[in-house]
Write a protein that binds this ligand. Structure first.
Ligand code: SAM
Length: 268
């Protein structure tokens, strides 16, 4: 089976350019996103960790920047997710990690990547299990977790250098209460738990013992060719969700980023 056929057989989260002019039909198109973040231009000699790697886009970006070693963390069965029971959209099923694992290996093989896939939930990260890392990326994961502070605390335990966190935020809560750390809770019939505002994102990091050294405003992660069609008739029953979907399609997923380092103990 050739590469194009293998690519066509799985659902893709990431849009990635593979050899032979093949572009994976990702649900999201993160290709331009590294330029919008302070993603280090060089990771030469560093041990790097990508938490919740999905199809591996960020892990492969680390490798491209000469990381010495890249560990790509993922959970490969839906039972290990915090996501509540499948919602009406069922999208998180279709794009489930079983599939992502396969997409990851197809991409890794095609790109001759050395990133090491590790099967582990973020909550289980510990220096004893995986060692420590000079650079850690966690992208669009916190919103899917019941306990984002617990996850960040585990990430902190394996961060000896710097963390770059880029995650979904609520636009309206960021505008309405810029100085107030807040989060909205969905959690029912929807694969997201908490959506903080920008201040809330920083607060989650600090609550987990990180010191935020730089933070950005809101940027958008564009939808890709694989983003599902909007089914207006069905979604019309849920105006809020319909508005989110249209916004997603047109602008992308509103997100923010922050660079953080482990705070000296006691000062978090
Ligand atoms: C929305 S995707 C984001 C992918 C990628 N990090 C990015 O920023 O483009 C979230 C990924 O995290 C994975 N995930 C969900 N729960 C997890 C957990 N408890 N531990 C580790 N990964 C998890 C999902 O399987 C999915 O691949």
């Amino acid at each position: 089976v050739n590469l194009a056929e293998r690519v066509a057989r799985v659902n893709w989260y990431h849009t990635m350019e593979l050899p032979g002019g093949i572009v994976t039909p990702g649900r999201y198109d993160t290709r331009a996103v590294p330029r919008r973040l302070p993603f280090p231009a060089s990771l030469t000699g560093m041990r790097c960790l990508d938490v919740g790697t999905a199809d591996g886009f960020w892990a492969f970006e680390m490798e491209r920047r000469d990381a010495h070693e890249v560990v790509a963390l993922e959970v490969s069965h839906a039972g290990s997710w915090d996501w509540p029971a499948p919602g009406p959209s069922g999208t998180h099923r279709r794009n489930g990690p079983d599939n992502a694992e396969r997409a990851f290996s197809i991409a890794a093989e095609a790109l001759r990547a050395r990133a090491r896939p590790v099967e582990m939930t973020v909550y289980d990260l510990s220096p004893g299990r995986v060692g420590q890392f000079d650079f850690v990326f966690v992208g669009s994961l916190l919103l899917h977790l019941r306990d984002p502070v617990g996850a960040l605390t585990a990430i902190r335990s394996v961060t000896r250098g710097e963390l770059l966190s880029a995650d979904s935020v609520s636009i309206w809560m960021s505008l309405a209460a810029p100085r107030f750390a807040a989060a909205s809770l969905r959690a029912v019939g929807d694969p997201t738990w908490w959506t903080p505002n920008v201040a809330g994102h920083r607060r989650l990091l600090r609550a987990a013992g990180f010191e935020v050294i730089e933070g950005g405003g809101i940027f958008f992660i564009p939808a890709g060719a694989g983003y599902e069609r909007i089914r207006f008739q069905r979604e019309a029953l849920h105006p809020h969700r319909l508005a989110l979907r249209i916004g997603m399609k047109l602008l992308g997923a509103p997100s923010t980023w922050a660079r953080a380092i482990p705070a000296p103990s006691g000062t978090a």
